[in-house]
Each structure stands twice: as C-alpha cells, then as structure tokens.
Write a protein that binds this ligand. Structure first.
Ligand SMILES: Nc1ncnc2c1ncn2[C@@H]1O[C@H](COP(=O)(O)OP(=O)(O)OP(=O)(O)O)[C@@H](O)[C@H]1O
Ligand SMILES: [Mg+2]
Length: 327
C-alpha cells in the first residue's frame, strides 16, 4: 500500500500532482514475461563472467511492450560506483542514435560512460578509448537499446557501417552484449550474417493476451499489482473483471497504454481532490489519448454493459467500412 495522504475533496497542489504522476510512471510489475527476460539477461551476465567467449542476446518486440523497462531495471541493480578513485560501471546502458554511424554509436557509448570528450577524436580513436574504458571501468555487460536506429528512417536501408561497428565491438570487448529494438530491427541480421552468428539467442517480448483463462488471470494480476501501488489511499479495483476487460480493450495488452491512462487519471483525480481513481477519471483520461493506429476505438469507461468481444468486433467492422469506402 502506498502512503499518499487523503485529499478529502481538496484539490492537490501542483507539486503533489507532479509527485503522484511521477510515482505512476515508475511503477514496474514483475510479470511472468518480464521475469523470464530478466532471468535470461541475468544468466547471460553472470555466466559470461570470466568466460572465453561471452554470450549475447537480441531482444525484440513491438513498441511499449516493456523492453527498455526490463533492461533499465536490470542495469539499475548494478549502479556505477567509485572504487579507489576509479569509476566502475558494471552494466553500461545506452541507446543507438537515429541514423546511426559508427562515430555516432561510439559517441553515444562514450557519453553513457560520462566521457567529457565523448564526441572527440576519429572513429578508431573513439573505439580504442571505449575498449580501454571497458577494461578500466570493469564493464561486465553492455546493453544497446533502440537497435532499429541502425535502419535509415527514410530509405529503410540497413546502416551497414554502424552494424559492422557493433559486430566488431562485440568481438573485441568479449563481454556480453544485449541488443534490443523494435521487431523491424530483425532485418539488420539478414544484412549482416556475422552479426547474426554472434546473436544466435533471439527473444521476443510480447504484450499481454486475453483469450484463455490463464492469460486473463495474468493480465488481472498485472493490474492488481499496479492498483496496489497507485498514489491514492483507496484502491481503484483495476483487476475487477469488468474493468480489466476495459483495460485490455483500450491497451490491447500493451502496458504502455495502461500506464498512460493511469498517469492521466491520476492527475485528474488528484486535481479534483479525489482519494480514488474511478471510471469518470479513466473516461476523461482515455479521451486525452490519441492512438493513431486505432482510429475507431471507443471509450469503454463508464459503459455499463461493456462486452469486450463486441467492442473489438464493432471496431473491426468500422475499420473495414473505412477501408472499403476509401478504395
Ligand atoms: N513491467 C512493467 N510494469 C509496469 N509497466 C510497464 C512494464 N513494462 C512496461 N511498462 C509501461 O510501458 C511503458 C513502455 O515500456 P518501454 O518503454 O519499456 O517499452 P519498449 O518495449 O522499450 O518500447 P519502445 O520499443 O517504444 O522503446 C513504460 O514506460 C511503462 O509505463
Ligand atoms: Mg524502448
């Protein structure tokens, strides 16, 4: 249970609203797929210690399913520290910049290591510095996120020089590397067989499903764990089957949307001095959300006779009619 005070009908001030919203943003639930990926990463990390050949992992999945969340949480378990004046960085996490070149990837990595001269020097000079820092800072594992940025946004071509750089780095550093990106980044391996051979372990992170009883239970446990951490004295009862169905419908099992709606609902509820998030707040919060991929989604909150099957069917029909009209 969280320790957020009663508002008793008095609107929260701006600091209080900000605190509560930030609190919601930080909620992380260790659901089974999250745990599975976290355990895989842990195994790769710990088994590679002192190994002649480190293992690597490629983690892919749709936007918002929780890839960065699990990676950052894992990295945060091994924070950088100062030992006898020397910085130790057990796990280095960084993101590939848009339109990656070897130099921009190397610069991002140096920046993550807090090198003040991160963008200085030639590509090979930077690479040497990275390898030196990896040894000096005793980096045990590198996590490279946003791997799809190795694909050019406009031409959709794979940026081969940058992907070669990553391949070469993984050989030279001989520490485990986790590459993570959106599903489209799989194509990078088709263009770089050597990189593909170094990342034979490929795992997909998926969102929640809601077809079987077990899947429904898993989603409801996820909601319940969030509910326990919401910044209000009273529970919102998110795992109630009726509300869970509504949350599944609006999110399609993607945790990003669940969190986004709850962030907004938190602001709305706190602003109006409420001590619980109710369906009116969720309704208004949902209306603020724009999901461009689902133009015909309807707002299920406040609906008394909501039926998830019907809601998806109606949306599907509307989508079809639109495409039909357009052609
Ligand atoms: N395990 C979790 N528990 C609670 N919320 C989660 C969890 N995983 C993800 N979320 C929510 O979903 C949001 C999006 O997650 P995240 O940024 O990790 O997705 P991603 O897979 O990295 O997406 P992208 O490919 O767009 O970078 C998070 O900010 C968080 O609010
Ligand atoms: Mg991400």
């Amino acid at each position: 249970m969280t320790n957020f005070k009663y508002l008793n009908g008095f609107p929260a001030d701006i600091n209080e609203i900000r605190n509560r919203k930030e609190h919601v943003k930080k909620i992380v639930v260790e659901h089974p797929r999250y745990k599975y990926i976290r355990d895989t990463i842990e195994e790769i990390h710990l088994l590679s210690n002192g190994s002649v050949q480190a293992d690597n992992l490629y983690l892919y999945g749709g936007t918002g399913v929780g890839k960065s969340t699990v990676l950052k949480e894992y990295a945060s378990m091994f924070p950088r520290r100062l030992v006898d004046g020397q910085t130790k960085i057990p796990i280095l996490y960084f993101r590939v910049p848009v339109g990656a070149t070897p130099k921009s990837v190397a610069s991002s990595m140096l920046l993550a290591m807090k090198d003040p001269n991160y963008d200085k020097g030639t590509e090979s000079n930077q690479t040497e510095r990275i390898l030196h820092f990896v040894t000096m800072c005793e980096v045990e594992m590198v996590i490279i996120d946003e791997f799809q940025h190795l694909i050019d946004r406009e031409t959709r071509h794979v940026l081969n020089r940058a992907s070669d750089w990553v391949k070469k780095f993984s050989e030279d550093a001989n520490i485990p590397i986790i590459l993570a990106g959106m599903t489209e980044s799989k194509i990078i391996f088709d263009h770089n067989e050597q990189l593909d051979r170094r990342f034979t372990e490929k795992k997909e992170m998926k969102g929640f499903k809601f077809s079987t009883q077990d899947e429904q239970l898993e989603f409801r446990i996820f909601l319940n764990t969030i509910d326990e951490q919401l910044p209000f004295p009273h529970r919102a009862n998110l795992a109630d089957i009726n509300l869970a169905e509504k949350f599944f419908y609006v999110s399609n099992g993607n945790p990003y949307y669940v969190n986004k709606i709850l962030q907004e609902a938190t602001v709305i509820a706190a602003k109006s001095g409420n001590d619980i998030i109710d369906q009116n707040h969720l309704y208004t919060a949902f209306n603020k959300l724009k999901i461009s991929k689902r133009p015909n989604i309807s707002n299920p909150f406040k609906e008394e006779n909501f039926n998830i099957g019907d809601a998806f069917a109606i949306e599907g029909r509307l989508n079809k009619n639109k495409t039909g009209n357009a052609s």
